[in-house]
Design a protein around this ligand. Structure first.
Ligand code: SAM
Length: 285
């Protein structure tokens, strides 16, 4: 008796904006499977139509993931080959699919990646920041206090940091970065990658808020935010918030008193604040 071979689960990357960014292999695989699982069938239809892919679609999204994955696993075990795609980019990268892949692996179903676009990799490769080691942090928390707590935990991370962010929160996120991160750390804001209004803004943390506020388009679209990793030098830099406090105190007090008070208020080292206060007093004096 011949065992019924199991099907294959293909994880197919699709474009992150520019529909031409689909691979030949992705099209072949999507044309060859018996079923395509996608987040939103309406969203995926234009891409599939463009490449003459006429296959049954089934929805797999965050609200039905467990039940839909169980059904798909049964089909795979019965020998059907299925492709998983998401609305954009690589499935499972901040997109549905993890329960299905975990189950498939656990049941000995072959899982085949069909690589392609991924916003974090596209942004990192063009950022000018170190690409040797990086940490992808996904979407930051939604409230400012939770975001600042998260940022405080990663401020001394030496690897390049990568975040996804939505247009509604990008300015608030960058404001929190300016409060927590040293002001001279490099930040890159990659917007609308591969699309008509692609913008890759590269500046220091202390310039970033103004750069976004000054450009109405910088609050529209999809964003990847990248931060330079910490170096030995950055441990001796002050954050935007520390400099703000110091500047306010310098309006009223001497360099010595301002730096002493700023050290008490912000918890930063007095010598660092004193040196910064001297520089600030020099600029304004
Ligand atoms: N699976 C996708 C991938 O491989 O990149 C990510 C999906 S996640 C739900 C969507 C987020 O990815 C967006 O909110 C944005 O932060 C980022 N993103 C997706 N497409 C982008 C693009 N064209 N330009 C910049 N960021 C993008």
């Amino acid at each position: 008796m011949v065992d019924n071979p199991k099907g294959i689960l293909y994880l197919v990357a699709t474009p992150i904006g520019n529909l031409a960014d689909v691979t030949f292999r992705a099209v072949e695989v999507l044309q060859g499977v018996s079923l395509i699982a996608c987040e939103d069938t309406r969203h995926s239809r234009p891409l599939l139509d463009r490449y003459d892919i006429d296959k049954p679609l089934t929805a797999l999204h965050e609200h039905n993931e467990d039940a839909a994955s169980a059904k798909l696993l049964e089909k795979l075990k019965q020998g059907e080959s299925i492709a998983l795609i998401s609305d954009a980019g690589t499935p499972l990268i901040n997109d549905p699919g993890f329960p299905l892949v975990r189950q498939a692996v656990a049941h000995g179903v072959r899982v085949v990646p069909v690589p392609g676009a991924c916003a974090l990799v596209a942004a990192l490769s063009a950022s000018g920041l170190s690409t040797n080691r990086f940490a992808f942090e996904g979407f930051p928390p939604r409230t400012s206090s939770a975001r600042c707590t998260m940022l405080e935990k990663v401020v001394d991370e030496a690897r390049t940091l990568i975040f996804y962010e939505s247009s509604h929160r990008v300015l608030d996120f960058v404001r929190d970065i300016a409060a927590v991160f040293p002001s001279h750390r490099s930040i890159v804001i990659a917007r609308e990658l591969t699309k008509l209004h692609e913008t890759i803004l590269s500046c220091t943390v202390d310039e970033a808020v103004t750069r976004i506020e000054d450009d109405p388009f910088m609050e529209k679209g999809e964003f990847v935010v990248l931060l330079e990793g910490a170096s030995q030098k950055s441990k001796t830099e002050l954050t935007g918030e520390q400099i703000r406090v110091l500047k306010l105190l310098l309006e009223e007090c001497s360099v010595k008193t301002a730096s002493t008070l700023a050290a008490k208020i912000t918890g930063s080292r007095k010598e660092l604040l004193y040196q910064a206060a001297l520089r600030l007093a020099d600029k304004t004096g």
